[in-house]
Design a protein around this ligand. Structure first.
Ligand code: KG4
Ligand code: ZN
Length: 352
């Protein structure tokens, strides 16, 4: 079984081919970072136009890499949401056109399900597992019972964790995207220098909050005259910030681990997924938690943490082999929660 995947929900244009032997036959990702950098963030219209300009070529390259024709595919999958709607429309229309022309089944994949199921492609992780989904638009803990079966047990009540990284990095003048830049300078910093809050620490439940942390960094920055905002100050602040994020993630996820172990005694895995899962420091910190709990931490390789189309092809393949298909009149979805039963939270990220 071979599936082509297309990803266009944010600022990566991507096409990939995977098969049911868990092999990635092609994985092309074109980052639009240079297009958006002058604006300090992703500009939706620029993103949509760039997807339109590059997607056909990337699909052709991915098919070439895999050495396949469209007629060799079993299905075509694309991100159907959530995300920036112009980009999602470009990917969806392209996938539908290929599916229609090649007379192949079409699947519209939830981008978050792509992140959620990546570890089944890379590590064959069995259900159920506990998932900490940390990206630019999300910070959620979910119990993954199966394909399409998600139970959200915690979420951010304000900023997403990647958003907190990006905003903090921006106020420190580290440019865009902030997460990787902040991680980079934090390696040279002293994490004990600045006292920062650990929002919601010790409280019941598994919700997260990051906006207070970001404000505290701003207060420190504002306390330094501009000529004293040295590389050393920034590195120490970045390291202190990253440690506070690590402590917060561990504290909140610990409650989720207890709940998961109580209700799903066969589950042994905590999965870390989404763009922020590329952070090596946080990956390391979360193993403290899984070691204590007798669980295993699994995170995809770095290039499959950030947005890519292999995860979309794989999620499409998982749904396809369960007999699922989508109609060609599928409407792209700017919002698409993994657990539609979970109560909406007012500040919970742009894509929740
Ligand atoms: O999953 P993703 O590629 O896109 C979304 O679906 O949001 O996640 C992007 C987010 C951005 O906020 C980016 O700053 C963050 O992931 N990120 C990181 C790192 N690499 C990417 N945050 C912290 N450390 C990193 N190494
Ligand atoms: Zn993503």
């Amino acid at each position: 079984m071979i599936v082509l995947g297309i990803e266009t929900s944010c600022d990566e244009t991507a096409a990939a081919v995977v098969n049911d032997k868990r092999e990635i036959l092609a994985n092309r990702v074109l980052s639009q970072l240079d297009d958006h950098r002058p604006y300090g963030g992703v500009v939706p219209e620029i993103a949509a136009r760039a997807h339109l300009e590059h997607l056909d070529r990337l699909v052709a390259e991915a098919m070439d890499d895999a050495g396949l024709e469209f007629s060799d595919l079993d299905a075509i999958a694309c991100t159907g949401g959530p995300g920036l709607i112009g980009g999602v429309m470009v990917g969806t229309m392209t996938a539908k056109a290929i599916a229609f022309a090649a007379q192949k089944p079409f699947l519209a994949v939830n981008h978050l399900e792509g992140h959620a199921l990546t570890v089944r492609l890379t590590d064959d992780v069995p259900f159920p597992y506990l998932l900490l989904l940390v990206s630019g638009g999300h910070c959620q803990v979910l119990i993954v019972e199966g394909v399409g079966k998600y139970k959200r047990i915690g979420t951010t009540i304000d900023d997403a964790v990647g958003e907190a990284f990006d905003k903090t990095a921006k106020m420190m003048g580290l440019g865009y995207p902030g997460g990787p830049a902040l991680e980079q300078i934090a390696t040279k910093g002293n994490p004990d220098r600045f006292g920062l809050p650990r929002p919601l620490r010790g409280r019941a439940g598994c919700d997260f909050s990051f906006s207070g942390l970001k404000t505290a960094v701003r207060t420190y920055m504002d306390g330094f005259p501009i000529d004293q905002q040295t590389e050393e100050v920034k590195a120490d602040l970045a390291a202190s910030f990253q440690r506070a994020v690590g402590d917060t993630l561990i504290d909140r996820t610990r409650n989720a681990v207890f709940e998961f172990m109580r209700d799903y005694p066969t589950g042994k895995t905590l999965v870390l997924a989404g763009g922020v899962a590329a952070n090596k420091y946080l990956r390391g910190r979360l193993t403290e938690l899984t070691d204590q709990a007798g669980m295993q931490l699994v995170a995809p390789p770095l290039d499959l943490c950030t947005d890519n189309a292999a995860m979309i092809a794989w999620a499409g393949l998982e749904r396809f082999r369960l007999g699922e298909r989508d109609d060609l009149d599928f409407k792209p979805r700017p919002r698409w929660p993994l657990d539609p039963e979970a109560p909406k939270r007012p500040g919970a990220g742009v894509k929740a």
